[in-house]
Ligand binder design. Structure first.
Ligand SMILES: Nc1ncnc2c1ncn2[C@@H]1O[C@H](COP(=O)(O)OP(=O)(O)OP(=O)(O)O)[C@@H](O)[C@H]1O
Ligand SMILES: [Mg+2]
Length: 358
């Protein structure tokens, strides 16, 4: 018998009636129950059109029956308001949801320079490659590097009613403080200013309909970061780390930070895991590799992936074309897509579990 994950993957072949997106993507597959003699699929379609519902039911049965070889039952449930695609979903009770944004994902790191922004940007682009509608909010007010990484030089436009429009690049909706202050100008941000700015970015930006808004947090897990995490309606967080042993401590702090505001940690991404030689493809472990796996076991948090240290990642990132766009077939781009798949799956699972509870 296939696993629920395998069945979920198979259900990606079923398009939502009238749309080119599939039902998994749409988030209407709420549960898959595998019993000995039958498989039950719970769907929460937002349509009430009986023809569309019948078509949906039949497509699910047609796809799954050959795989499971037992009867497949499809149960349609009325969606709770938050299950309607495009509607906001927040688990952090402190911050109100962002209209039109389904999931908000924070990318955090215990310390600077571990490749957090590189991961945030490439992960966002990998989500685009998977057909998701994605935004990037660069909340790193101290060192906003997202505009440079994406090669964005223009300033965001403002609507007549003074709302900011994100800049579009590579299929992403992007907003960063780096687009608002002149290049190279040092800004000393104080707590209240940061709060105000973040609130502006969350409340006063026309983010549009998004499946995922990726937030690049400032490095570290101090009070400033904690306040940000509190003020942002997060669905989940990921922690970027490097493989050295000391990084485990950083991960522990990162997990504590998210725990404090009851935001689930979806997993850890180990960056600069090992070095791949650009010429011969040889894989050299420059740090003690495997720290991420060790940490995952210790903290019971999934290791979402290991990104090797590759020259192209830096060069492409520094030139404004991240590797996922510059070279989609590169093994590292594939690694980012693999991480993106897990992230979206976990976000959907969280949303589902959250819905089942209520
Ligand atoms: N896997 C990788 N392989 C090669 N270079 C990398 C990799 N990940 C990041 N880099 C490079 O390392 C540098 C730091 O990365 P990045 O700016 O993403 O880190 P950060 O954690 O966001 O840093 P900060 O704390 O300054 O915000 C950049 O020049 C980036 O291109
Ligand atoms: Mg950064």
């Amino acid at each position: 018998m296939p696993t629920p994950q395998e069945l979920l993957a198979a259900l990606k072949q079923v398009k939502y009636p009238g749309f080119s997106r599939d039902i998994v993507d749409f988030g209407i597959v709420k549960d898959i129950e595998i019993g000995g003699a039958k498989v039950t699929v719970y769907l929460t379609p937002s349509t009430e059109n009986t023809e569309a519902l019948a078509l949906l039911r039949q497509s699910v049965i047609n796809i799954l029956t050959p795989l499971v070889q037992v009867p497949v039952e499809v149960i349609m449930e009325r969606p709770p308001p938050a299950a309607i695609p495009g509607q906001a979903k927040a688990t952090a009770p402190t911050a109100p949801a962002i209209p039109g944004v389904r999931h908000v994902l924070a990318v955090a790191s215990g310390k600077g320079g571990v490749g957090k922004s590189t991961v945030a940007v490439n992960l966002a682009l990998a989500l685009v490659a998977l057909g998701q509608r994605v935004g990037v909010l660069d909340a790193d007010v101290y060192g906003p590097s997202v505009p440079l990484m994406l090669g964005i030089t223009e300033r965001p436009q403002t609507t007549e009613d003074k709302r900011m429009l994100p800049v579009h690049k590579y299929g992403l909706n992007v907003m960063s403080i780096g687009m608002l202050v002149p290049d190279g100008q040092a800004v000393v941000w104080r707590g209240p200013m940061i709060d105000k700015l973040l609130t502006e970015f969350i409340r006063n930006v026309e983010w549009g309909e998004l499946d995922v808004l990726v937030v690049d947090l400032p490095p570290g897990t101090g009070d400033a970061q904690l306040t940000m995490v509190q003020k942002t309606p997060l669905s989940g967080g990921v922690i970027v780390t490097t493989p050295q042993d000391v990084a485990l401590l950083d991960v522990r702090r990162g997990m504590k930070m998210f725990e404090e505001v009851k935001v689930p940690v979806l997993g850890v991404i180990e960056n600069m895991s090992y070095h791949v030689c650009g010429k011969c493809g040889h894989r050299a472990e420059i740090f003690s590799h495997g720290g991420g796996a060790k940490m995952a076991a210790q903290f019971h948090v999934p290791l979402l992936g290991e990104i090797p240290l590759v020259r192209e990642i830096r060069v492409d990132g520094d030139q404004g074309t991240p590797i996922v766009v510059a070279n989609p077939e590169h093994p590292q781009s594939q690694a980012f897509r693999h991480i993106a798949e897990q992230v979206i799956q976990r976000l959907e699972e969280r949303a589902k579990r959250h819905l089942t509870v209520h």
